[in-house]
Design a protein around this ligand. Structure first.
Ligand code: GLV
Ligand code: MN
Ligand code: MN
Length: 394
């Protein structure tokens, strides 16, 4: 169904797009993301899919066919700040297009098929990655999530009613199609891959406290400058990750009062750390914290570290991955790991057999306007997802 995919993709293209960078700003419960949520329900309506919503903003469009445990497929419509077009929406649009393709093939699944959209996958607003799927799966309680606050101090409980979710109660299998966020498939010359595992990862808030003072009159030896402690910590994180063969990033910093001619009183910075094992993640964060604390001692600053979002290692069902990947025209699809987080990881950890399909990204870039997938590859993705749904609902 190339036409359906391309039409839907064109619908989404302008929504939340920055005219300056060409990237997307689709933060949860903001205007652009809500416009996409309305669009999704319209697309479900046009296909006769029954829309089921939970109290957290997650939605599933159900194709009520067959009986028994359902097969759910989908992704998310929110983006990181200045994100790419494909991370999330590709999985949602491909799921709708795959249903069109199955119907055009005359396939009548023996089990119900649902298309899901989980809210706040990126954690770009309330800080907890995969917030919607965690709430739906019961991996985080509403009592603890409702008080999460965005950068303006607005609480999650102020923008969504909260309560409960029955969206996953009938789900037997979940499949998420996603743009690849690295170059593995490019290097292999493959358009489609299947996920084996997700690296453990986490977000840690580092609060460095110091003393505001005049930039001109305060002697260098009299300062308690938290910017210095932060700067050394960012370098230490990079070095520790390189030494250990892991990943560490400080991508977000807030400075108070953020004036050019004053020593800052406070720097808050967020470490994103990702490692091949849970133990390696713990030891990387400990090593960075130890070095930051040592430096804080020398700078006369204070340090407070809080883990805001931690996602443990995920190993997808090897049998399911092998069944999805095997016996395709042109050969088996490669089975590859990823260091990016996904709702699929949350559902897998909640005990739902889960598989992921990746679509080749020629730039290998993600969380950036440079993220890309060619239209022919996207259409191969739709057909791969339709094949997978057909296999799983026979
Ligand atoms: C989500 O894309 C993440 O891995 O941060
Ligand atoms: Mn994503
Ligand atoms: Mn993402």
């Amino acid at each position: 169904m190339p036409d359906a995919f391309e039409r839907m993709w064109a619908d989404l293209a302008p929504v939340g797009r920055s005219a300056v960078s060409g990237g997307y700003f689709r933060q949860p419960f903001d205007a652009a993301e809500r416009e996409l949520a309305v669009w999704f329900e319209e697309q479900c309506g046009a296909r006769g899919l029954r829309v089921e919503r939970d109290d957290f903003g997650n939605v599933v469009g159900w194709w009520d066919v067959g009986s028994g445990p359902a097969v759910l497929t989908g992704s998310h419509l929110d983006s990181v700040l200045d994100g790419g077009a494909y991370d999330g929406p590709l999985g949602v649009v491909s799921a709708l297009a795959a249903i069109d393709l199955l119907r055009s093939r005359g396939v009548v699944p023996s089990r119900p098929v649902g298309v899901s959209v989980f809210v706040e996958e990126e954690g770009s607003r309330f800080g907890l990655a995969c917030l919607g799927s965690r709430l739906a799966a019961g991996a985080v309680s509403w009592e603890s999530a409702r008080s999460l606050r965005d950068r303006d101090g607005v609480a999650l409980g102020d923008v969504v009613a909260g309560g409960s979710s029955a969206l996953l109660s009938s789900v037997g299998t979940f499949v998420e199609l996603h743009v690849e966020q690295g170059r593995d498939l490019v290097d292999r010359g493959a358009a489609i891959g299947v996920a084996s595992e997700i690296w453990p990862h986490g977000r840690y808030r580092f609060d460095f406290g110091g003393a505001a003072n005049h930039a001109g009159t305060t002697r260098m030896e009299d300062r308690r400058d938290p910017m210095l402690t932060y700067a050394m910590t960012a370098l230490a994180a990079n070095k520790q990750a390189r030494l250990a063969g892991q990943r560490a990033t400080f991508g977000r910093v807030a400075v108070e009062p953020n004036g050019t001619n004053a020593v800052p009183s406070r720097v808050t910075a967020w470490l994103d750390a990702r490692c091949s094992t849970d133990e390696a993640l713990t030891s990387l964060v400990e090593a960075v914290t130890t070095q930051a604390a040592d430096r804080a001692g020398r700078d006369g600053t204070s340090l407070d570290v809080v883990a805001e979002s931690v996602s443990g290692a995920v190993t997808f069902s090897p049998d399911l991955a092998a069944a999805v990947a095997a016996d395709h025209e042109g050969g088996d699809w490669p089975i590859i790991p990823t260091a990016a987080g996904h709702d699929a990881g949350i559902l897998s950890s909640a005990g739902i057999p889960t598989a992921m399909l990746f679509v080749r990204n020629p730039t290998g870039v993600s969380h950036s306007p440079e993220e890309h997938a060619s239209t022919p590859d996207c259409l191969v993705g739709v057909s791969a997802l339709a094949d997978t749904l057909e296999r799983l609902t026979r």
